[in-house]
Design a protein around this ligand. Structure first.
Ligand code: HEC
Ligand code: HEC
Length: 380
């Protein structure tokens, strides 16, 4: 069981309540009317409290419920065929199962792999290259992208305004029936902030249940977090150097979580973070995403190039490509002394060690998260 702790909603609610009660009562107060109720967000005690909720978009039950509906509604796309949930399916930890790159409206193929939406509270730079600074800003990108949802903000607002169901829901969440793309984005952001995954077997292990992981998984966990040092007889898989907190992926300050993990040699390095910072030393750097539920989110990497976790581990062990921005934490990490700096970058894990790391990765699956009714499709 997840233990509720931290009551979170302290900010901004008074102001919003005042705003709401200033509105005229509707002549026909439907079930949507009533005071804004703070959403009972609970953050399990073993997750970091190091995140911020925006004061101008606090979580309310009405806002979250509206966001959930919008998230699963195909009418959000230009031709009413693609919902956010098409590419972010709950059963696959909110990714697009089996798709290296997702298809948007009219079957168009995108360029990137759909990301998991677990624990976004702890993310401060969104997308693989970190180009979006908030969930509110982020939501408009897939909506407007011609290959994803190909929507027009004015058309979207008008279309939702003309439905019977949405105006009262917007009134309940924002105090007036006026529908704008900004409010759509705010509601989507509220819903997505509630997607907390914290009940894998590894979580239970961290909370003190030492039987939650078997001995192979514990071995894998230790390898995962150890930086190898052959001079000191220390063996490790070096993963925790970048995937520091498998739990939360927490890097509230922003840009530290971006690395070049050796997918491509120099001539093929994609811009990645360089597109955001303009710094050539950021070329080829992408976000090291959360590894929660990683067994459910294949294929892997920003372009979905690896079909399995075995292939991912093989990459780190045998196929790291050297380049001018390759992360020093990878360059320096090996379980065997490196003969010379020009030699290939090899991690040298044994088959047993690989098996252990894979077993640990599979212990990060949170089956209660993917079946949580609060996160499920609300449409019949
Ligand atoms: C056609 C598939 C598709 C649709 C539809 C789609 N997404 Fe995504 N989503 C993606 C892909 C691909 C990425 C990674 C894009 C990138 O990094 O450039 C992504 C990334 C994200 C992220 C960033 C997560 C992170 O950790 O940085 C969020 C949040 C998100 N999507 C929410 C949404 C919402 C909300 C909607 C609906 C308004 C939506 N998506 C619709 C495919 C899709
Ligand atoms: C130098 C930093 C670094 C190290 C060390 C590292 N990773 Fe990564 N990892 C990343 C980055 C960055 C990405 C995203 C790269 C991309 O898609 O371009 C990533 C992606 C992944 C993914 C795919 C995630 C997804 O959602 O598609 C998996 C799985 C993964 N790493 C596992 C591991 C394991 C296991 C280890 C240890 C053997 C490891 N990583 C070591 C930085 C690192």
């Amino acid at each position: 069981m997840i233990r509720p702790s931290l009551p979170l909603l302290k900010i901004g609610l008074g102001g919003l309540l005042a705003l709401f009660s200033a509105c005229q009562p509707s002549p026909d107060p439907g079930p949507a009317d009533g005071p804004l109720r703070p959403y009972p967000l609970t953050v399990p005690r073993h997750l970091s409290g190091n995140f911020a909720l925006p004061a101008d978009n606090p979580l309310t039950e009405q806002g979250v419920a509206l966001g959930r509906r919008l998230f699963f509604d195909r009418r959000l796309s230009g031709d009413n065929t693609v919902a956010c949930a098409n590419c972010h399916q709950p059963a696959a930890a909110f990714t697009d199962p089996g798709q290296a790159r997702s298809r948007g409206v009219r079957g168009q193929l995108g360029t990137r792999n759909a990301m998991s939406l677990a624990n976004l509270l702890w993310v401060s730079r969104f997308f693989w290259d970190g180009r979006s600074p908030s969930l509110e800003a982020q939501a408009l990108e897939p909506l407007l992208d011609p290959t994803e949802m190909d929507q027009d903000t004015a058309r979207l607002a008008a279309e939702l305004q003309a439905t019977a169901e949405y105006p009262p829901l917007f009134r309940a969440a924002f105090g007036s029936e006026r529908i704008t793309a900004g409010r759509v984005a705010q509601a989507l952001a509220q819903f997505q902030r509630t997607l907390i995954s914290a009940n894998s077997r590894y979580d239970r292990y961290l909370l003190g249940d030492r039987t939650a992981l078997n001995s192979l998984e514990v071995e894998g966990m230790n390898l995962f977090f150890t930086h190898p040092d052959p001079a000191r007889g220390l063996r490790g898989a070096n993963c925790g150097d970048c995937h520091r907190q498998v739990m939360t992926d927490g890097d509230p300050s922003g840009l530290r979580g971006f690395h070049n993990n050796g997918l491509d040699p120099d001539p093929r390095l994609q811009p990645g973070l360089q597109q955001v910072t303009g710094n050539e030393f950021d070329r080829g750097k992408f976000r090291a995403p959360t590894l929660r539920n990683i067994a459910l989110t294949a294929p892997y990497m920003h372009d979905g190039r690896f079909a399995t976790l075995e292939a991912v581990l093989d990459h780190y062990d045998q196929h790291v490509q050297n380049s001018r921005t390759l992360d020093p934490l990878i360059l320096e990490a090996s379980n065997e002394p490196r003969p010379d700096p020009a030699a290939p970058v090899l991690l040298h894990l044994t088959p047993r060690e690989k098996q252990a790391v894979l077993a640990f990765l599979r212990s990060l699956t949170d089956s209660t998260f993917i079946t949580d009714r609060r996160f499920a499709n609300p449409f019949p």
